[in-house]
Design a protein around this ligand. Structure first.
Ligand SMILES: Cc1cc2nc3c(=O)[nH]c(=O)nc-3n(C[C@H](O)[C@H](O)[C@H](O)COP(=O)(O)OP(=O)(O)OC[C@H]3O[C@@H](n4cnc5c(N)ncnc54)[C@H](O)[C@@H]3O)c2cc1C
Length: 456
């Protein structure tokens, strides 16, 4: 076969690029070994946010007792599983996404793709048929994503432990659950299952949850989870896993033994770069470098890499952002290169933890002349009227008169983040932010208080 562009792996960025390139008239071949759309719609963002929405509804029903009278609620997982299967994932079926690509004019090949020299791809079809070779006139875009890491814990391999994939397909809530990993995925799923009645123990290797966020965010989230009945063990070293008669036993380094009927491992992700044939174009899969146009191996290599594997934040919005930049370069059109000084992220726990740019610690490590301001969101007028569930804060990190980072924790923390992301992205002077009018009584008005605190 020949093509203008070959896309290997159709995560959100690869799928979007293949669609747009085909719509623009390029001859596109998209290769996918599992589901077109990648992790986000089937095992990531979308189903997990449906779970969290349901868990939040339960929490709000409990809060109604303090606010609006008696509510009796009997949690049921059935509507959650049904929404995920029917509305989110079409029973983990990507036919609609494949059709969209084909309607755009792209050819979709189901199989595993790999590079075999410059602008040359070999596909091993999923149906066992003969390998297909494709020459790409313009080049190849890689969007292979990541897979869950299996930490080196004795006895873990071979047990029926859950990764995000099994957790997001479950049709029942485990009575007892151990979660290994206190990052965003581990924390979100911990809160979901705990709110649906599971007795959850969250085991975090490091000293705090959400290690990439501000320490105060970690502390508040831990406090909330503990109040909701989660056992949070930080600084814990998983040493050995045993599985027998439907029960997991996890022994920790300090000798503690935890038992549960399910074990969820959410301890990081591994880039799917190992079997892509990168060596055939002189690249080391353990150390790929991608420039500001998403090119790998030099300006004329005909190779672009996008998504989680580039190391600029494992988020759908980064994959999509990079996709448009790569597409412009593939088409040879001009446009802004990639900037990563204002990458936002949200952990959709309750409270939501939103962050953008640098944390205070990261900014200080860069040697910036930093000032920070922080204000209590729960103590704001909106927090006061909101009542239960309003805990949170806004923190701003300033250097040289502009915000270089910010954190918004609280109800709708990820929405409040939009204003802070704009400020960091556009390098709006703090003096300008201080002359802005913030609607009363909103949660985002706490930004004004945090900015005032910069002088404090
Ligand atoms: C539980 C969970 C919750 C998440 N929640 C959020 C969230 O709320 N917000 C957010 O922004 N992000 C979230 N993420 C992260 C998000 O899913 C990813 O950042 C997003 O999917 C982008 O990944 P990607 O583009 O790198 O590729 P992926 O989505 O990982 O897709 C890569 C695709 O490439 C295919 N592939 C790999 N190698 C080959 C090959 N050799 N040949 C053919 N096909 C191949 C794979 O089968 C896969 O379909 C979450 C992730 C998880 C696991």
């Amino acid at each position: 076969m020949d093509a203008d562009v070959v896309v290997i792996g159709t995560g959100p960025g690869g799928e979007s690029l293949a669609n747009k390139a085909a719509q623009a008239g390029l001859k596109v071949v998209a290769i996918e070994k599992h589901l077109v759309g990648g992790e986000c719609p089937y095992y990531g963002c979308i189903p997990s946010k449906m779970m969290l929405r349901a868990a939040d509804a339960l929490a709000e029903a409990h809060r109604a007792g303090q606010l609006a009278g008696d509510v009796t609620i009997t949690p049921s997982w059935a509507p959650v599983a049904k929404r995920i299967a029917e509305e989110a994932t079409d029973h983990w079926n990507d036919e609609a996404a494949v059709r969209r690509l084909q309607d755009s004019g792209a050819t979709v090949l189901r199989g595993t793709g790999r590079l075999d020299g410059s602008r040359h791809v070999v596909v091993t079809p999923s149906d066992g048929s003969a390998e297909i070779e494709i020459d790409a006139r313009i080049g190849v875009v890689l969007n292979p994503g990541t897979r869950p890491a299996a930490p080196p814990i004795a006895g873990l391999e071979g047990t029926p432990y859950w990764t995000n994939r099994e957790a997001l397909q479950t049709t029942e809530v485990p009575a007892e659950l151990i979660v290994i990993g206190g990052g965003p995925i581990g924390c979100e799923l911990t809160q979901v299952f705990a709110r649906f009645g599971s007795r959850v123990t969250l085991v975090q290797h490091g000293p705090r949850l959400l290690p990439g966020d501000e320490p105060d965010a970690s502390a508040l989230l831990e406090k909330v989870l503990v109040e909701e009945g989660v056992r949070v063990l930080t600084g814990a070293e998983p040493a050995e896993v045993q599985y027998a008669e439907g029960r997991f036993t996890l022994r920790l380094g300090d000798g503690q033994r935890l038992e549960a009927d399910r074990l969820l491992v959410a301890a990081g992700r591994i880039p799917n770069l190992d079997s892509l044939g990168l060596e055939s174009v002189g690249l080391d899969p353990r150390r790929i470098e991608v420039d500001e146009r998403m090119r790998a191996g030099g300006a004329d290599s005909g190779l672009w890499i996008i998504g989680d594997v580039t190391g600029h934040g494992a988020f759908t919005h980064v994959s999509m952002y990079q996709s448009d930049i790569a597409l412009r370069d593939v088409q040879g059109t001009d446009g802004a290169p990639a900037y990563y000084h204002a990458v936002p992220h949200t952990t959709f726990t309750d409270p939501e933890v939103g962050g953008v740019g640098l944390t205070e610690e990261a900014a200080r490590k860069q040697g910036l002349n930093v000032r920070v301001g922080q204000a209590d969101l729960g103590a704001s007028s909106r927090g006061f009227t909101h009542g239960p569930g309003a805990a949170g804060f806004i923190k701003v990190v300033e250097a040289d008169g502009v915000l270089v980072g910010a954190t918004a924790v609280g109800p709708a923390g990820g929405e409040i983040l939009a204003a802070l992301t704009l400020a960091v992205h556009a390098r709006v002077p703090v003096e300008t932010l201080r002359t802005m009018i913030y609607a009363y009584p909103t949660f985002h008005r706490t930004i004004e208080s945090a900015l005032q605190d910069l002088d404090g």
